[in-house]
Design a binder for this molecule. Sequence first.
Ligand code: GLU
Length: 463
Amino acid sequence: MTVRTRFAPSPTGYLHLGGARTALYAWAYARRFGGTFILRIEDTDLERSTPEAVQAILDGMQWLGLQHDEGPFYQMKRMDRYREVIEQMLQAGTAYYCYSSPEEVEVMRERLRAAGEKPRYDGTWRPEPGKTLPPIPEGRKPVVRFKNPLDGDVTWNDVVKGPITISNRELDDLIIARSDGTPTYNFCVAVDDSDMRITHVLRGDDHVNNTPRQINILKALDMPLPEYGHLPMILGSDGQKLSKRRDAVSVMKYAEAGYLPEAMINYLARLGWSHGDEEIFSAEQLCLWFDLDHLTKSPAQFNPEKLAWLNNHYIKQADNARLEKFVRPLMESAGAQFAAAPDLQAVIALMKDRVNTINELADAAMLFYRQPQPDPALLTQHLTDAVKPAIFQYLESCKSVAWSKEALSAMLKEVLAAHKLKMPQLAMPLRLMLTGQLQTPSIDAVVELFGRETVLARLAKFL
Ligand code: GLU
């Protein structure tokens, strides 16, 4: 059997964390077994689906590197196919026209509710051997209903949740085509999964209730059933349902905030699946390891600190030239002056250990690319008359010292000794004069990167 998985988002917003995780697992499972990963856009909800949302999903998938092998297939472009299957089912007697009006159905439901029964369609138009159907009301357009089995159970062995059984008595004769002929949701999903020969359906557990209906339709079509796996929801960092307001739920928001896709992949992979104690692994490793036996049954809790920690890890690992590509445009829009400033990749190498995001890296790197404007009060505090002679000596020594971190460090120590000062007494005013800030990486590293001319010019201004 060739594994065929799909991601089937409804394009009504953006690619959110839960959707991205579903897509990732379906993708990884297909990759693991040399299978096929299919993208299907479920855009039949015309009021809520937008082209922008389709684009947002494509962008998100591309950013994460989740390349599909087939598709995107759009349900709206498959209407003829759905009509064809509905026709077949009407012919085969697995579906029937129902002329009950919505008002009549509501009355039926009320009656059953009042009798303490589950409200459902009462089967008025359901053909049975020997049954005479009512006369067709004039001018009324019928819906098409699926002839759901009346008895027995629907059972499947959910790859996440284990065996699930639903009694057919719980299930209505589902409307599969509305009176205007448009097919309905569960029907389209079943037809698509069948036509696309999907072997494994992985999706959020908000779809558990749809599964028995889809299984019954597939059985009626005499089609093989895929395996189903329903992934538990992702909870927000406060343990509540992930909320659009409280939590950043759009994947692209993380891209904008300076997260690397490999950090997001690693994070989402672990949010509901595990491989022993492995916390840090690449998409390639995931594709070698991903299985359905280690999916977590309980809801996962979103942990922004862990994501930030992973991002820091991947930023540290990342090639400086790659980081430069991300960081430079951000710095340009923040007004960075690159002329006569240190090499950006050298700055990135110095700064990347201490940041959690690309955006923080760009902010931190700005230190080297703007004119320092030290706070006068801080200058008065740190650049005292007691340290000025030492600064002067430091400046003089800078004119001839070998320009390496080691030599600069040795020189700084000599100056400290000569003036009986402690490191911060000199390092703080130097930082202020050179960068305008008190917090920087080691002063020797900063001085080395600025280069002799800039250091001399900046120090001279204050003496
Ligand atoms: N379109 C559904 C959604 O976005 C997914 C359906 C499925 O995976 O079967 O929630």
